[in-house]
Design a protein around this ligand. Structure first.
Ligand SMILES: [Cu+2]
Length: 281
């Protein structure tokens, strides 16, 4: 009996010692190194150039290759010598297409802030047509607010048409202006409710300027083409700023759909023949 008790104490002691040891071992382990998530994770490098004079290397990153429509781009700015991220910069975009007989610009959105926590600056360009029709260049004038220098990076951009277009244009029957409507969301439609976002720009100054248009009222009516029916509970897009209108579209089943748009200027229909086609997987 006494022997058993001693043995029990011995076991308890052993367990305690091993617990203390393992605790010590844990303390001695270096803290797990956090996996550094790259600011460009999930994006692809599309272009790179030096902003000559600004001491800055500019990389263009995006989720997809350049396509006809609204391209969300991310400019990654680095000091051209040290490679360190430039976290304070003023960026002015300047897209231009040379079509041989004429030139035109494109809608764009400069980065919203001069400050970036990681050197990545979100911006956007709406390429109005593919490079089949001419040569696109995207210039970015960079003022590196860290070194105080300004320079321009110039990119030759190859723009491809998508199999299903994400940009449409119409001439307003009320103002006679040409308007471009770009589909921003959904990027990949699903069965059920989808966030819907379009951005509208107006062509002025012979196509050299494309200001955002916030003047229209937008109504949508989805149609499942092959079966001839619509869907309930859609939300008409309303203007949220910078020409962006957000709402929701309900795809009740997979298959071929189109979203029919009606644009109103005041109470008058400016256009009701614009639609985006999509295939819902
Ligand atoms: Cu063109």
């Amino acid at each position: 009996m006494k022997m058993k008790k001693k043995f029990f104490h011995y076991i308890v002691l052993l367990v305690s010692v091993s617990l203390v040891l393992s605790a010590c071992k844990k303390d001695d382990d270096p803290a797990p190194t956090p996996v550094a998530t790259s600011p460009t994770a999930g994006l692809s490098l599309l272009s790179e150039a030096y902003a000559i004079g600004a001491g800055t290397k500019v990389e263009v990153w995006a989720q997809a290759s350049y396509f006809t429509g609204y391209n969300k781009l991310y400019l990654f700015l680095k000091d051209s010598v040290s490679g360190a991220a430039v976290k304070n910069a003023t960026i002015q975009l300047h897209p231009m297409m040379d079509m041989g007989t004429m030139m035109h610009s494109a809608p764009f959105e400069n980065p919203a802030s001069v400050l970036s926590s990681d050197g990545l600056y979100p911006c956007a360009v709406v390429f109005l047509m593919s490079s089949m029709g001419g040569t696109w260049t995207l210039d970015a004038t960079i003022t590196n607010n860290v070194n105080g220098l300004t320079g321009m990076a110039s990119f030759n951009v190859s723009v491809a048409d998508l199999s299903v277009s994400r940009i449409k244009s119409f001439i307003s029957s009320t103002s006679s202006e040409t308007l471009f409507v770009s589909l921003v969301k959904p990027a990949t439609p699903v069965v059920g409710m989808n966030d819907l976002e379009v951005v509208i720009h107006k062509k002025i100054n012979m196509g050299m300027e494309f200001p955002a248009d916030s003047s229209l009222t937008v109504e949508i009516s989805p149609l499942m083409v092959s079966m001839g029916h619509g869907s309930p509970n859609n939300v008409n897009p309303v203007h949220m700023g910078m020409g962006h209108y957000t709402g929701a579209v309900n795809y009740t089943m997979s298959g071929d759909w189109q979203i029919n748009f009606t644009f109103k200027d005041g109470g008058t229909i400016a256009n009701n023949t614009t639609f985006f086609e999509t295939i819902v997987p």
